[in-house]
Each structure stands twice: as structure tokens, then as C-alpha cells.
Design a protein around this ligand. Structure first.
Ligand code: 13P
Ligand code: SF4
Length: 328
């Protein structure tokens, strides 16, 4: 480690102690940020930790919706996002409502087996056209979307969440890939929306063929934010922490990893006897990479950037998150 990073680390650890702060990091963060964190995990684990952790300040090394979820679950704590510009383009794709005129009908709309709503539809449009159908919101959504949803899900529990509902039909927003994957794994009808993660959406079946040719003995694992035609070609589909558990438990020695490359750091650290290859070297989330040790230190020093969800949104959003967290 560079001497600059060593001194940044020392300052962060000192301030963290003084301010009774806890650092949470997503699995996609830079190596040195993961190393300074008190807890590193996937979206589900981070939500669970944020809801139970004892501290005065939560420093969130991740993206905006994650810090919002921490604020929703822990309103008594100060929640700091390390970089205010670290958003999630997928979370920002869907809006609760919009002043724009929207098209109200589409060919095939009336009887879709798993219909994908086009992007000009807002959450309220979809609700109005499917009265009584519950909305399952991926945690990668803004707080106001969660507030108008029935229950949240993460990539780790989407099928369990859908199965927990008594309804035969569910609306699953905003990631069409996650929704399609869930539809594949449940008998229920899933109505999707046309959102996607640009990091995972870029993977094609060609990439899988190439990876299999280059690493014939390797197990190929992919995140459910990848396209369904990609997911159908891999050996295992799971969330980021699901990949960590799978690799650790597996007797296999080589793995191709189809998710943001930040996960490879933990995979390699926790499994020194195994080899991990990125499915594509350009699976990099620029927003996740905005946070550096300097950002963590600045957050602690200046108490910024504070993420506080207003109560009229926080309370209904918490209902949707709590309902998810109750599912074991
Ligand atoms: P998980 O950590 O839930 O696997 O999600 C990945 C992701 O894209 C978070 O933004
Ligand atoms: Fe959003 Fe994709 Fe980045 Fe996750 S990896 S924060 S879903 S853009």
C-alpha cells in the first residue's frame, strides 16, 4: 500500500473512532475502500446491517439509493454518502410520476405473459393499468419509488419475495433482466419495466462463448442483472455475496465472474487457492468507483454528504423495505 493510502487509513480509523462512525461498503467498491470498511456486502446484507447497527454515523461507500435505504431504516443516525455524485443510472430510470404525456396502449398489452413496460410509463401509470397487482421494487430504486411500492427485493431474494406474495401476478421494477430472471424461476406472471444496469446489460452470449473457450474448466457465474439469454448459458446465477458463498463452498478451482469487477478483489482475497477471471474486463461501474479513501476521509471530517429521506417518503418506503427484511 502507498504511504499516502497508509496515512489516509490512519486518519480515517482515528476519526471513525472519535465520531462513533461505521463504514459500510458495497462489494463493488475499490479494494482500499473495502479494506477500511467495517462491513462489506451485497445490497441485502448492507440493508440488514444498516437496520441493526449501533453507531452515531453510517458512512456509506456505495451509491445514492443505498445510503437512502440506510437513512430509511436508521432515521436516528446520520447517514453520509461518500460521493454525492455516486448515483445508480438504473435507479434513476423509473419515475413515480411525470408531466410528460404517455402512450396508453401498446400492441400485445392486454395479454402479456411477461410484459415489459416501455420507459415512458411511470410507476403510477403501471399501477393504474394493473389495479391490485403488487409492486416489487428492486432496492436499486429511489426512496419515492420504494414509498409507492408494496415490497422491496434485492438480487439475492427476488424469487423468495415474489413467492411470498399471495398474488398470481406481480409488477417487478425497474430491472427487466432481474424481472425476466425471476419470471423464469416462478410460476407467477411477472410484469416488468424496461430498466437495466449498463454494466451488466453489455454482456452478450458471445462473451460467454469466448469465456468458455478461453477457460474450458472454469465455472461461469453471472449476476441476474445480466440479460436472460446470457443467464441461460451460465452455470450459476446469484447476487454478489451469493457468488462469494458459492465460490467458497465449491470444490472447483476456476471461476469466470459475470459482475462488476470490484467483486474479484474479495473473491481472490477469500479464496487464495482459486482463480477468478472477469467475464468482461470493462464491467466497471463508474459510480461505484467514485469513492476513494480521500472521499471517506472527507465524509468523516466534514460530515457530508448527508442523506436524509423526508418522513412522508421514509415511512411508506420503510414499510416496503421492512416487509422484505422480514422474509428469512
Ligand atoms: P447486489 O449487491 O445485490 O448483488 O447488487 C448489485 C448491484 O448492482 C448493486 O448496485
Ligand atoms: Fe447501478 Fe449497475 Fe452500478 Fe449497480 S452496477 S450501482 S445497478 S449501475
Amino acid at each position: 500500500m502507498s504511504s499516502e493510502n497508509l496515512s489516509l487509513r490512519e486518519e480515517i480509523l482515528k476519526l471513525k473512532e472519535e465520531k462513533r462512525a461505521i463504514i459500510l461498503s458495497h462489494n463493488y467498491q475499490r479494494d482500499e475502500v473495502q479494506d477500511i470498511a467495517d462491513f462489506v456486502g451485497d445490497s441485502l446484507e448492507l440493508s440488514r446491517t444498516a437496520s441493526t447497527i449501533k453507531c452515531d454515523i453510517i458512512v456509506f461507500a456505495g451509491v445514492h439509493f443505498m445510503a437512502e435505504s440506510a437513512s430509511i431504516l436508521s432515521p436516528d443516525k446520520k447517514v453520509l454518502l461518500t460521493e454525492i455524485g455516486a448515483g445508480c443510472p438504473m435507479a434513476d430510470m423509473i419515475k413515480v410520476d411525470s408531466p410528460r404525456p404517455v402512450r396508453k396502449s401498446f400492441p400485445g398489452f392486454d395479454n402479456p405473459p411477461s410484459y415489459v413496460y416501455p420507459p415512458e410509463f411511470t410507476l403510477r401509470d403501471i399501477r393504474a393499468q394493473n389495479p391490485g397487482v403488487p409492486v416489487v421494487a428492486y432496492v436499486n430504486t429511489t426512496a419515492d419509488i420504494k414509498a409507492e411500492s408494496d415490497i422491496c427485493c434485492t438480487s439475492a431474494n427476488v424469487v423468495k419475495v415474489i413467492e411470498s406474495l399471495p398474488d398470481e401476478k406481480v409488477i417487478c421494477i425497474p430491472d427487466k433482466n432481474l424481472a425476466m430472471w425471476a419470471a423464469r424461476n416462478t410460476k407467477k406472471q411477472v410484469i416488468a419495466w424496461d430498466g437495466f444496469c449498463h454494466v451488466h446489460e453489455r454482456v452478450t452470449p458471445e462473451d460467454i462463448k469466448k469465456a468458455r473457450a478461453e477457460h474450458p474448466g472454469a465455472v461461469v457465474i453471472a449476476h441476474p442483472e445480466c440479460r436472460l439469454d446470457v443467464l441461460e448459458m451460465v452455470d450459476h446465477v446469484t447476487s454478489t455475496s451469493g457468488m462469494l458463498r458459492y465460490a467458497k463452498a465449491s470444490a472447483e478451482k476456476e471461476f469466470v465472474i459475470g459482475t462488476e469487477i470490484g467483486l474479484l478483489y474479495r473473491l481472490r482475497k477469500e479464496n487464495p487457492d482459486k482463480v477468478f477471471y472477469p467475464l468482461r474486463k470493462d464491467m466497471i461501474c463508474p459510480n461505484m468507483k467514485k469513492t476513494s479513501l480521500k472521499s471517506v476521509l472527507r465524509a468523516l471530517r466534514e460530515d457530508n454528504y448527508v442523506i436524509k429521506v423526508p418522513e412522508h417518503i421514509r415511512i411508506p418506503a420503510k414499510r416496503a423495505l421492512d416487509r422484505m427484511l422480514e422474509i428469512k
